[in-house]
Design a protein around this ligand. Sequence first.
Ligand SMILES: CC(C)(COP(=O)(O)OP(=O)(O)OC[C@H]1O[C@@H](n2cnc3c(N)ncnc32)[C@H](O)[C@@H]1OP(=O)(O)O)[C@@H](O)C(=O)NCCC(=O)NCCS
Length: 371
Amino acid sequence: MTASKGLEGIVATQSAISSIIDDTLTYVGYDIDDLAVNASFEEVVYLLWHQRLPKSEELAELKQQLADNMSIPQPVLDHFKMYPINEVHPMAALRTAISLIGLYDESAEDMSDEANYQKAIKLQAKIATIVTAFSRIRKGQEPIAPKTDLGYAANFLYMLTGEMPEDIAVEAFNKALVLHADHELNASTFTARVCVATLSDMYSGVTAAIGALKGPLHGGANEQVMKMLMEIGSEENVESFIREKLDNKEKIMGFGHRVYRKGDPRAKHLREMSKKLTTLRGEEKYYNMSEKIESIVTGEKNLPPNVDFYSASVYHSLDIDHDLFTPIFAVSRISGWVAHILEQYSNNRLIRPRAEYIGPDMQKYVPIEER
Ligand SMILES: CC(C)(COP(=O)(O)OP(=O)(O)OC[C@H]1O[C@@H](n2cnc3c(N)ncnc32)[C@H](O)[C@@H]1OP(=O)(O)O)[C@@H](O)C(=O)NCCC(=O)NCCS
């Protein structure tokens, strides 16, 4: 038995949800480039959960179901007020809150298809409220109830700020949600599938997935990218900052990928949005710095930017707090997690790989007084 470090190159399951072939990402056979330009996030959610695009009445029904399920139990809101609020990272709060709302769902342990589908809707609906309510409560503000006539992207921005978002902000945010929704067997999706393959419930699967997404090598990278841009501060500092990092063999957040070689197809959409939004906000420096970083890192290391690199300046331009970037990734990716959880349940087998043992061999127990 020889281990593949990081399971590189291992095909661990079959899936009909999304695929990455030759650096092209598709959801159920639809190219991400097509969806990014044309689809609403709700259509993508339906696509991932049903493996087909919705008809208009089906889309209207899903939107209604999401709107009807956005409220979260009061004890969850009260819970947020008990945290040492300035120290808690919103991803930790989100991980805890998803687990907590499971306690208030009477059907949490019901494994019927119908109950699991209802849980999918509840989770997708409530995660937007959790992230926005936590963000407001930690600033001493009251959470804002969703507006049932707004789409998912607009509602998120509305609940975050209490103001009706501009069309351009909704368009950009919707696109970001579409681009982050699913990504084959990425680390957090694999985590979700491993968890529910034991026939554990959906809340456990999503809670586990959030834990995996939180790390800086996965979803946590977008926050780190913004931290780096703030630290660099201006275009003229880019060159020395990045070269020093590369000389010290440090990783540059937002670059590299386990699967893509030529480039992450999602990055170009985010780059375009970053250019548009930073210009509109009079903060072109973040786009210009990002471009400069890209040219150095690709030139020196042949590493193209991934989804997290330009999403940082996009979210910053939408006035979103930097530590909410990764929770927003979760708000979108939960659609993919849920699709994979439902797929896992539909054709389940316990996921239990092997380890190549490299420890000492044939040891004999020595009584404690003789060690
Ligand atoms: C995404 C990532 C985790 C993939 O990891 P992986 O497939 O295990 O690749 P490795 O970490 O083994 O990297 C392979 C080589 O490329 C280098 N490399 C990979 N990503 C790099 C980065 N962002 N900056 C600088 N060097 C990088 C590694 O140092 C390593 O070099 P070496 O062979 O000389 O040691 C990795 O590219 C990374 O850490 N990127 C930064 C975090 C990030 O943006 N994550 C979001 C992913 S969507």
